[in-house]
Design a protein around this ligand. Structure first.
Ligand SMILES: CC(C)(COP(=O)(O)OP(=O)(O)OC[C@H]1O[C@@H](n2cnc3c(N)ncnc32)[C@H](O)[C@@H]1OP(=O)(O)O)[C@@H](O)C(=O)NCCC(=O)NCCS
Length: 214
């Protein structure tokens, strides 16, 4: 089975003054302060993001010949497998991402925007992990952050599991391996329009599909 995550653009994300344009990072762009100050927020924004993550999961299912509906969560908000099909979604103001697999799977999308708080570098990874990555930049931060969130989601745990999730090795710019509870998780990344997406499952090739919207 090849993993085919679907990423969809969320149209007209409401924000004061209109949607924020996506920006690409450079290593010195952490000096841009107030990066998230005008990031779209609030219940209406979240509802729109959820709506598009459901469209993304429906499109993913359609492409796999699976039911477009019936993808529901348990009482703790974890996606529940549907007839042996595991699924995961992620949503940010401008994009929603979804994936379905025949094994536990996790996906996470982030916009590549620097934060004010540089202590996040040490919150997301140890000095040993930063040495393996090689560059302490916001781009590397979001790569590792999305990788860890994807692995945590695949394991059905929230951010509380972060200390148990460790970088085991970097294969290349688009593939790394993490460990969680003695299991090894290959994580594939893709980059587009100032965003990064990570997906993980147990040993599958990944074919990304980014759609203007669905
Ligand atoms: C799941 C989690 C790990 C990620 O959430 P997030 O990055 O805020 O949001 P995402 O859009 O990427 O993912 C949300 C989806 O994860 C799924 N999810 C929620 N809890 C989950 C769990 N325990 N296991 C697997 N998936 C879960 C849900 O489907 C949810 O989407 P929905 O509410 O539309 O159904 C969350 O539990 C969490 O702990 N978030 C902390 C985020 C944070 O601190 N970010 C700071 C960045 S510097």
């Amino acid at each position: 089975m090849i993993l085919r995550p679907v990423i969809v653009r969320i149209p007209n994300a409401p924000a004061k003054g209109g949607p924020r344009p996506a920006r690409h990072l450079s290593t010195n762009s952490a000096t841009h302060s107030a990066a998230n100050a005008d990031r779209p927020r609030g219940p209406a924004v979240r509802a729109l993001q959820q709506e598009y993550s459901r469209k993304a999961i429906a499109e993913c299912a359609r492409r796999m010949g699976l039911p477009r509906t019936g993808w529901s969560k348990d009482g703790d908000g974890r996606p529940m497998p549907l007839d042996g099909a595991y699924w995961s979604v992620s949503h940010k103001p401008h994009y929603a991402a979804a994936v379905i697999a025949d094994a536990p799977v996790g996906i996470d999308v982030e916009q590549l925007l620097p934060r004010r708080d540089e202590s996040l570098f040490d919150a997301v990874a140890t000095s040993g992990e930063w040495s393996a990555i090689g560059e302490r930049s916001w781009e590397s931060f979001f790569r590792l952050w999305t990788a860890k969130e994807a692995v945590l989601k695949a394991n059905g745990v929230g951010i509380g599991g972060l200390p148990q999730c460790r970088l085991a090795g970097v294969v290349d710019a688009k593939l790394m391996t993490l460990t969680f509870e003695d299991r090894s998780w290959p994580v594939a990344h893709t980059y587009f329009d100032g965003h990064v997406v990570a997906v993980t499952t147990l040993g599958r090739a990944v074919e990304w599909r980014t759609l203007p919207t669905v």
